[in-house]
Write a protein that binds this ligand. Structure first.
Ligand code: HEM
Length: 411
């Protein structure tokens, strides 16, 4: 399918081709820098759907699209390929794929239970879990960071917040891994929905059963808050609870684990930045975490669908057009960041879009993720000052997230 009239498709760069996402990171960064310099709207064709999409690669455009939700809709789906309609009917809509008023309605309920106050209460657990993980590293001497540490921390934190009993955590993790391997978005071109969805259904029924139990006997946890919170006469039903938990796992575990793994590798490959951080963690830890999220941008892109004709940076968008918000490109925009290719843990201000461009869908877990990263890095470097990644991270090529499958480490 050819691009609509008046738009530009630069030769040699094709964001719609899965092969583009296998290129080395510096080549992809150079391609995005070229796209940002083009003074013309850019359109590519998605190979999976055969449909064109506008690529928003500049910081200002991603911010505008994120903060104009009445024009840039999430309802038709924010991932590529979009979830099948029947999947959404059977498993419930997750918040990322909703627009107002349903989005505001759901977000009001979950934010009530997901406040900085609740997260502050969880901080002790984050510390306890991080300490336990480092104890295990010291005792068992594992050689791979993602499985031993980076994936474990956010998963245990979410389970603790939700109130998932210890005995059920392994079973749920196995079901989630199974589901995400088989229904992963844009990660694999071969999708086997049946297998993944059965695991998802099992997982949701485990959560629904916990929800019913907490409705009868509320405890001091997020599941209880979600099933008993009464906001404007509404509380979450079992299907919504299951959909929300799945979203938390996908949105909260994978992203944080990837940020932690990229963070360790970035601090290893930039020894002067590592020395700065270890020399004065009180001063630098907060800005270091922001820079890790900017530089690694764990979620590369989300999509929106245009509701009404709209002009964006000279780009005439038509109703029904697909636009893709490239957070990673926005985070290297030289119009906003001085020397954007430099990893600089003292960068301030750092208005990165790693947690989204603002607006109603801004990452619900941003505060939690920052706390997890700060607590873990402090615990790791305090107790293992020689901590380093070993070799190159094993990456999973994807247009959707910067996923690290494995990362060697030593200490
Ligand atoms: C470094 C870690 C993380 C990164 C980089 C990240 C990134 C993002 C991004 C880019 C979005 C989309 C924002 C938008 O469209 O405007 C998002 C949404 C979301 N994130 Fe995160 N996230 C992280 C951690 C977490 C954690 C720990 C949780 C929860 C435990 C979480 C829960 C969510 C939820 C529920 C949404 C959907 C919000 C909505 O649609 O209203 N995230 N995140």
């Amino acid at each position: 399918m050819s691009a609509p009239a008046g738009v530009h498709t630069p030769s040699g760069i094709d964001l719609g081709d899965p092969e583009f996402w296998r290129l080395p990171a510096p080549d992809r960064a150079a391609a995005f820098a070229e796209l940002r310099r083009l003074d013309a709207p850019v359109v590519f064709t998605d190979r999976a759907t055969g449909r064109p999409f506008h690529a928003l690669v500049r910081h200002a455009d991603v911010v505008t699209a994120s903060r104009t939700p009445e024009v840039f809709l999430s309802g038709p789906g924010v991932t590529t390929p979009e979830p099948a309609r029947w999947v959404r009917t059977v498993f419930g809509d997750s918040m990322v794929n909703l627009d107002d008023p349903r989005h505001a309605d759901l977000r009001r309920i979950v934010s009530r239970a997901f406040t900085p106050r609740l997260v502050a209460r969880v901080e002790d657990s984050i510390r306890e879990i991080a300490t336990g993980l480092v104890d295990r590293v010291v005792a068992e001497r594992p050689e791979e960071f993602v499985t031993a540490v980076a994936a474990e921390l956010p998963y245990q934190v979410i389970c603790t917040m939700m109130g998932i009993p210890d005995r059920q955590r392994r079973q749920i993790l196995a079901l989630v891994n199974h589901a995400s391997e088989n229904t992963g978005v844009a990660r694999s071109r071969i999708r086997v929905p049946g297998r993944g969805l059965r695991a998802l259904a099992r997982m949701q029924s485990v959560i629904a059963a916990l929800g019913r139990e907490r409705r009868r006997r509320p405890a001091d946890d997020l599941i209880s808050a979600l099933v008993t919170a009464d906001v404007d006469g509404r509380r979450l039903n079992s299907r919504e609870l299951g959909a929300f938990f799945s979203l938390l796992l996908v949105a909260g575990v994978e992203t944080t684990r990837n940020a932690l793994a990229h963070g360790l590798h970035l601090l290893t490959t930039h020894p002067e930045q590592r020395a700065l951080l270890l020399g004065d963690p009180d001063t630098h830890l907060g800005t270091a975490v922001e820079e890790i999220v900017r530089y690694s941008t764990p979620i590369i892109q989300f999509r929106r669908t245009v509701a009404t004709d709209f002009e964006l940076h000279g780009n005439r968008l038509r109703e029904g057009d697909k636009v893709v918000l490239f957070f990673g490109s926005a985070n290297r925009d030289e119009a906003v960041f001085t020397d954007p290719e430099a990893f600089d843990i003292t960068r301030s201000p750092n208005p990165h879009l790693g947690f989204g461009g603002g607006g109603p869908h801004f990452c619900l877990g941003a505060y939690l993720a920052r706390q997890e990263m700060k607590v873990l890095f402090r615990e790791l470097y305090d107790r293992l000052p020689g901590l380093r990644s070993v070799g190159e991270p094993e990456l999973i090529p994807s247009s959707f997230d910067h996923r690290v499958r494995a990362l060697g480490f030593d200490y």
